[in-house]
Design a protein around this ligand. Structure first.
Ligand code: MF3
Ligand code: CO
Ligand code: CO
Length: 266
């Protein structure tokens, strides 16, 4: 532990995080074939749950997490839902929708947490731009991470991507340390000032998961106590990776083969 109670992964823990991260991203890859117009978010939940439990032998971390217990195995956040959307039999995906699916698995006591966006059909120009900017924001945050950089560098880099686009950054939810617990220190803010905050050390592991809004940043929670939506009901997009600080950059435990992360080593 460091002074701010941020655990440093042991070599054994690193190996377990690699396994958990790969399994989490495998769920997103598996879901690709199923995310399309006409499917319900509950059907996606069922497919993901069965795959995690029966094929992977992983535990879906969201199921019964928190209070009130989250009732499903993945989060499905459509259009103006910012995060923590609850899969629902009555929520049918239609052309033009955007959806974030957030998967967290537990394997051998360690957690892999990752999410991505899909656009159903073509999507509006605005939807495409928002989804793209949100991913660029995540990547800009990731690109700052290395031993000796600062937590504030991540938020500053995300702001530098989002502000010129005139989108906004959600402030109520942040990234988080993750290893053998779902959420631990540090809190990873998605806005900040370069050179401020916790100095990062090789072996720290955390998520970066910026939520970017088309309109204003403010959110509200629905009476189900989980679903977060934009107050102005405009679109929101989010991408998430679990990574570990290394001497010269970071290792992305949840990287998918389709991603070009060569910028991280450049
Ligand atoms: N996976 C989310 C995160 O990125 C947390 C989901 S908690 C749940 O931190 F209970 F809603 F699943
Ligand atoms: Co997370
Ligand atoms: Co997540």
């Amino acid at each position: 532990m460091t002074d701010q109670n941020v655990p440093i992964l042991t070599p054994t823990a690193i190996e377990k995080m690699r396994v958990a991260g790969k399994l989490a991203r495998d769920v997103l890859i598996m879901l690709d074939d199923h995310v399309k117009a006409g499917v319900t978010t509950e059907a996606l939940n069922q497919i993901a749950h069965d795959y995690m439990v029966n094929e992977q032998g992983t535990i879906p971390a969201p199921l019964n997490y928190g209070s009130p217990p989250f009732p499903k195995s993945i989060c499905t956040s459509v259009n103006h839902v910012v995060c923590h959307g609850i899969p629902d039999d009555n929520k049918v995906l239609k052309d033009g929708d955007i959806i974030n699916i957030d998967v967290t698995v537990i394997k051998d006591g360690y957690f892999g947490d990752t999410s991505k966006m899909w656009i159903i059909g073509e999507g509006s120009i605005m939807a495409n731009r928002l989804v793209d900017v949100a991913q660029k924001a995540l990547y800009a945050g990731m690109a700052t991470v290395k031993n000796g950089s600062y937590l504030g560098d991540i938020g500053a880099a995300i702001e530098a991507v989002v502000k010129p686009e005139r989108f906004s950054i959600v402030k109520e939810f942040c990234g988080h340390g993750i290893s053998n617990q779902f959420h631990h220190a540090p809190q990873v803010m998605h806005a900040g000032k370069k050179g401020t905050g916790l100095p990062l050390q090789t072996g720290m592991s955390f998520t970066i998961e910026p939520m970017i809004n088309q309109g204003k940043w403010q959110t509200k929670i629905l009476p189900d106590k989980w679903t977060a939506i934009t107050k102005d009901r405009k679109l929101s997009a989010q991408w998430e990776h679990t990574l570990m600080v290394t001497d010269n950059g970071c290792e992305v435990f949840t990287a998918r083969p389709e991603e070009d992360l060569s910028f991280l080593t450049a």
